[in-house]
Design a binder for this molecule. Structure first.
Ligand SMILES: [Fe+2]
Ligand SMILES: [Fe+2]
Length: 472
């Protein structure tokens, strides 16, 4: 019998026999997946100082305790209902939102939930070896906090599948535990979630850029007419914010340390020789993870995106900030590529919804990069980090048909192949990073040489707190 106390929730689990039965079947498989594919080497003997959501109100967020990872209490939470909520966009605008899945949109909605759900365990799998190379206990704890919350996000999507999609939903919930990141036969659905994350620069860039794509998607799903989906994703957004904090501050601390080392080396010296990460390498990883995450927003012109919007399944980020919510007449000015030539196109905005969301995403990323550049400025350096042009290194959408440099100039295949490692991590860059991360730092208050300590600890604890401890 599955105990509702072990599963914090606000979905009435103890009185919901159907959901209980479904979870009884699924939960043991989840735990097995977590042990096999979750953080390697930190399952049995380590206790981690993590936050567990025990309710959706702010006090439910203050719950911190040491737990062994497989014993984390993964819960099921929906943000509070909005009284008399109405559909906010598309063809059904103004109608009451749906509490059940309409038959005609069942397949589309299931696809949206499964695609979102698949990314959550995928990221845990990608990151499972990082604990062995951590720069500090503080960072190790943050990694595990992100991992358990991605696990909870999987629970959130599985809750929707079990509760609203019947037999098909149950089958999909099983398959979410069967696909594996990077597996040749059964890969995860989206490409960026099949890339290995083997070093901490990858990890911080992933949480900065790819978790921010998660924010894009969650913002648009939180507008959905399917109310349980909207409420589930609204609560997930609160956790996502922490993941992006980990990424942005992680890179900020690396930059801080890089600046210190550059000054120590007399402004011109080689930071790598001092065991730091040079700006050029940091820029390459921005280029990589930003472009991979742009791909996650899908094709620039998309009839799927148009129908998701028309049917009220997926809105724009902060839909209420727009004036026109039907978008039947509005046009969108798009930079496109046809027969190898760049051109401006005027297309119906509904078919450009992926691009509209990508615009929001690029702006949100740019704000983060601007904050990073303040660190360079404060240290008196004239170099700046930047986002590459959105045509650079694309694997999905029109621009994947050609090559572009980070300024957006088109390149021949030959030039691209010759020069791509000027802009993207080369094998030797990865080797270098692994060389400075080879030894994990497990001593409280100590930090690897390439990263500065954070400004403050977690939940008022000192920086030298034992955020991860081995069982006495
Ligand atoms: Fe997530
Ligand atoms: Fe996340």
């Amino acid at each position: 019998m599955i105990s509702a106390e072990r599963i914090p929730n606000n979905v009435g689990l103890s009185s919901n026999k159907r959901l209980q039965r479904a979870l009884e079947h699924w939960q043991p498989k989840y735990i097995q997946w977590w042990k096999d594919m979750g953080p390697q080497g930190f399952q049995d003997y380590h206790q981690v100082y993590v936050r567990t959501a025990v309710s959706v109100d702010p006090s439910g967020w203050a719950h911190f305790e040491y737990v062994k990872l497989p014993e984390y209490r993964w819960g099921i939470f929906l943000a509070d209902p909005v009284h008399d909520r109405r559909i906010g966009f598309g063809d059904f605008m103004g109608n009451p939102v749906w509490q059940e899945v309409p038959g005609e949109f069942r397949n589309q909605l299931r696809r949206l939930v499964v695609t979102q759900g698949d990314t959550e365990p995928a990221s845990v799998e990608q990151q499972r070896w990082l604990g062995q190379r951590c720069p500090s206990l503080y960072d190790l704890r943050n990694l595990f906090q992100v991992n358990v919350e991605e696990g909870r996000h999987l629970w959130a999507m599985v809750y929707l599948l079990h509760s609203y999609f019947g037999r098909d939903g149950r089958d999909e919930a099983e398959e979410l535990l069967e696909r594996q990141s990077g597996n040749r036969d059964k890969p995860r659905i989206l490409d960026a979630f099949n890339e290995p994350i083997e070093n901490w620069l990858d990890f911080f860039m992933f949480t900065m850029f790819t978790d921010r794509d998660g924010k894009s998607q969650l913002l648009s799903l939180s507008e959905s007419s399917l109310d349980p989906l909207s409420r589930t994703t609204r609560f997930m957004l609160t956790e996502e914010a922490h993941h992006m904090f980990v990424g942005e501050t992680g890179i900020a601390r690396i930059l801080e340390r890089t600046c210190q080392l550059m000054r120590q080396a007399g402004f011109s010296g080689d930071v790598r020789k001092l065991g730091g990460i040079d700006l050029e390498t940091i820029q390459k990883f921005i280029n990589l993870w930003f472009s991979l995450s742009l791909d996650l927003h899908g094709n620039e012109v998309s009839t799927n995106a148009a129908s998701y919007f028309a049917n009220g399944l997926k809105g724009r980020a902060y839909e209420e900030k727009w004036d026109d919510h039907k978008v039947t007449e509005a046009m969108y000015d798009l930079e496109g590529l046809a027969d190898g030539k760049l051109e401006r196109r005027h297309i119906p905005m509904r078919t450009a919804m992926n691009e509209v969301l990508r615009d929001w995403y690029v702006g949100d990323c740019q704000a983060g990069v601007t904050r990073w550049n303040k660190i360079l400025e404060r240290h008196g350096f004239s170099e700046r980090l930047r986002l590459p042009d959105r045509k650079f290194n694309r694997g999905i959408g029109m621009f994947s048909a050609a090559h572009f440099d980070p300024e957006g100039h088109q390149l021949s295949d030959e030039d691209w192949n010759r020069r791509k490692h000027e802009w993207l991590p080369a094998p030797k860059d990865r080797e270098f990073l692994l060389s400075i991360m080879a030894e994990p730092v497990y001593e409280p208050g100590k930090f690897a040489n390439y990263i500065a300590p954070p400004q403050r600890g977690i939940k008022g604890q000192p920086i030298n707190f034992e955020y991860v401890r081995t069982e006495a």
